[in-house]
Design a protein around this ligand. Structure first.
Ligand SMILES: Cc1cc2nc3c(=O)[nH]c(=O)nc-3n(C[C@H](O)[C@H](O)[C@H](O)COP(=O)(O)O)c2cc1C
Length: 351
């Protein structure tokens, strides 16, 4: 059999730290994970090209080990007036509750993907991973020419096949348990919610490329189970959120510490794209409107000031608290310690 995917980067274990946009994946977290022998990932999607450059330089000042950069494949949206008005009118009572002025419309609704990609290519990380969409063949060629391994996110078989046909080096299979945004870009969201183990098995059976398992993996036994189902590596996000190096806000960390099993749900109410996080009052009260809200990234940009003000005020009932189904098992330990514990548990699972 060909060399296992993760051995290309001489990792101590088949572990990828999930890129987590919104501040979680600080240079300190990425460097600590890579230094500990797993694969750190910088979430570049919400960063301007210059910030991607600066954060990458910081990671490189902290570690010589390989790491990846992740981006959202998206175009600049052009929302119509009516959908903007509806969203702003639904947000108004929440702004009033927090005592903040109605925010001005953002100049752009997201960072320019083309420029982010050019910047990331020039930085030559070991890997680039993508979610929310798929590259053009020219973009894929540019990655190959830069010698960068490409990982595409898939939430169903059609997406996995599309990445395989394009020539990706691996596919990240995002199961329904996963925290954060769903990557779905082919077919219906609701049809793309397979549990991680069965999605991994299906993709590993049908794709000619390595599969990285993601969703609800919290300990070494979960890693072993995903590998037994055909994964060549595992991508963990929620497990790293409570590490001291994770850059999420204090109220978010406190909410994670209190979360029990069954604390999460999928919602479109914050961002216009389905994402998994801790349930709260905002999600419950906005549920009736969520299908009428503008799609990502428009709603995400519109709700940004509310979420920032709520975090500032310690109001976790109004914050987006992204987390996966396994949140109750997330540990409050330094990232290197977590990698080492996972390695020990993973090895023990085979004994
Ligand atoms: C807070 C948070 C932010 C995330 N942001 C990203 C992102 O920027 N890019 C991405 O590809 N995946 C993102 N994800 C999804 C992860 O890549 C991965 O699918 C997920 O964390 C796996 O499930 P787990 O959280 O149960 O480990 C995010 C997940 C979380 C929890």
């Amino acid at each position: 059999m060909a060399e296992a995917f993760w051995q290309r980067w001489r990792l101590k274990l088949p572990l990828v730290q999930a890129p987590m946009a919104g501040g979680a994946t600080t240079p300190q977290l990425v460097a600590a994970v890579s230094d500990a022998g797993a694969l750190g990932f910088l979430a570049g999607a919400m960063l301007a090209p210059q910030q991607i450059r600066e954060q990458t330089e910081k990671i490189r000042a902290l570690t010589e080990r390989p790491f990846g950069i992740n981006l959202f494949v998206q175009g600049m949206p052009a929302p119509d007036e009516a959908e903007l008005e509806l969203a702003l009118s639904l947000l108004r009572p929440w702004h009033e509750e927090l005592g903040i002025a109605p925010p001005a419309l953002p100049a752009g609704f997201c960072q320019p993907f083309g420029e982010q990609l050019q910047t990331a290519l020039a930085l030559r990380p070991a890997l680039l991973s993508f979610t929310f969409g798929i590259l053009t063949s020219d973009q894929m060629l540019a990655c190959k020419e830069a010698g960068i391994a490409v990982v595409g996110t898939a939430t169903n078989l059609a997406e996995g096949l599309a990445w395989a046909e394009l020539g990706a080096d691996a596919v990240c299979a995002q199961g329904r348990e996963a925290g954060g945004h769903r990557g779905t870009f082919i077919g219906e969201q609701q049809q793309s919610l397979r549990p991680m183990l069965s999605l991994v098995y299906e993709l590993a059976q049908n794709l000619p490329l390595p599969v990285i398992a993601a969703g609800g993996i919290m300990n070494g036994r979960d890693i072993a189970a995903a590998m037994r189902n055909g994964a060549q590596a595992c991508q963990l996000g929620t497990a790293f959120l409570r590490c001291p190096e994770s850059g999420i806000s204090a109220p978010w960390k406190q909410a994670l510490a209190k979360a029990g099993n069954g604390a999460t749900c999928l919602t479109r109410a914050f961002s216009g794209r389905y994402a998994r996080g801790l349930s709260n009052r905002y999600i419950e009260e906005m549920a009736q409107w969520q299908d009428k809200l503008p799609a990502y990234p428009v709603m995400n940009a519109l709700s940004g000031p509310l979420r920032a003000a709520a975090a500032q005020a310690g109001r976790d009932d109004l914050m987006s608290l992204w987390a996966g189904e396994g949140v109750a098992d997330a540990r409050e330990v330094p990232a290197a310690e977590l990698v080492s514990q996972l390695q020990g548990e993973w090895q023990a699972a085979y004994r």
